[in-house]
Design a binder for this molecule. Structure first.
Ligand code: HEM
Length: 115
């Protein structure tokens, strides 16, 4: 079970890379109001949801403690990210909205690691 949990954790991290990498690669374009939500960002956010839910299930099945409050907060933040990247997919996004996607993603990373 440990191997399976670690495989899903690795996929969870690949999802972060796709979402945050898509954001960071466009910070210059964001300054010019030219940033777009790329397919990689949308797929990264979807990957976060699927692998996150799988991690909760696998940890519970393995009798490992899961911090439900932390997960609920991370899930709420990811739902906000998913709505933004889905609604704005393929479009030029105004800097405050594009910036919010990056900030919310970074917030979830700090919540995951510091809480
Ligand atoms: C943008 C969204 C998200 C980001 C950036 C993120 C980030 C991370 C990171 C960096 C880790 C590894 C750190 C650690 O194991 O302590 C992690 C683990 C984990 N994540 Fe996420 N996550 C996100 C969304 C979610 C969602 C939506 C769920 C569940 C519905 C979830 C469930 C988990 C679980 C169960 C673990 C492993 C156990 C734990 O430490 O809490 N994550 N996440």
């Amino acid at each position: 079970m440990d191997v399976l949990i670690n495989v899903f954790l690795a996929l969870h991290i690949i999802g972060i890379a796709a979402l945050l990498g898509g954001f960071l690669g466009q910070t210059k374009a964001m300054g010019a109001g030219e940033a777009t939500v790329t397919p990689g960002m949308l797929h990264g956010a979807g990957t976060m949801l699927i692998t996150g839910l799988a991690l909760v299930g696998l940890n519970q099945a393995d009798d490992q403690e899961v911090n439900n409050t932390k997960i609920a907060v991370k899930l709420a933040i990811l739902v906000a990210i998913l709505v933004l990247v889905y609604v704005k997919r393929g479009e030029k996004v105004p800097p405050p909205i594009f910036g919010a996607i990056g900030l919310l993603t970074a917030a979830n990373i700090f919540i995951a690691t510091l809480w």
